[in-house]
Ligand binder design. Sequence first.
Ligand code: IMP
Ligand code: MG
Length: 172
Amino acid sequence: MTDKMRTVISPEQIEARVRELGAEITGVYQGQPLTVVCVLKGAFLFFADLVRRIDLDLELEFIRLASYGSGTSSGELVFSKDLETTIQGKNVLVVEDIVDSGRSMDFLLRTFAERKPRSLRLAALVDKHERREVPLDVDFAGFRLDKGFIVGYGMDYAEHYRQLGGIFEIES
Ligand code: IMP
Ligand code: MG
């Protein structure tokens, strides 16, 4: 891949922010156990770093969403991989890479809410506002961006660039 890219967030900035988020999350739950849910694939690096900064008794879970139809944000959403545990009565923190239209997390949070967790919150590495279609609050947001298409630190363009340590914008 030979896309032109410019650095938006450096690995050092990510590390510092993830450390802050971990401390904030640790404080919010006050010693209670927490089930942390990684939304594959995009959140895998953020999740791996974040859970190591949370000082609580954690249970780690992985899910994957798929949409029928083309594009990242259109079509009907389904779980192509669901939780392997019940979340009824548990504190649940969903960890996502980026919230764009808000449709994916709206679907996921509504579905999880029906399973009657004790609490349900959302952490997203990037909260991107320009194309938000569904009102959605990100409880723990790493970075806020107005617009642009970004890759790296888990995020992809056609499955490329997920392994990059920083976050880059693809210049069109
Ligand atoms: P939604 O529009 O909020 O439902 O976001 C759907 C998904 O699109 C996100 O979870 C990401 O996987 C992907 N996505 C949205 N914006 C970007 C971006 O700038 N770079 C990479 N993936 C993105
Ligand atoms: Mg995603």
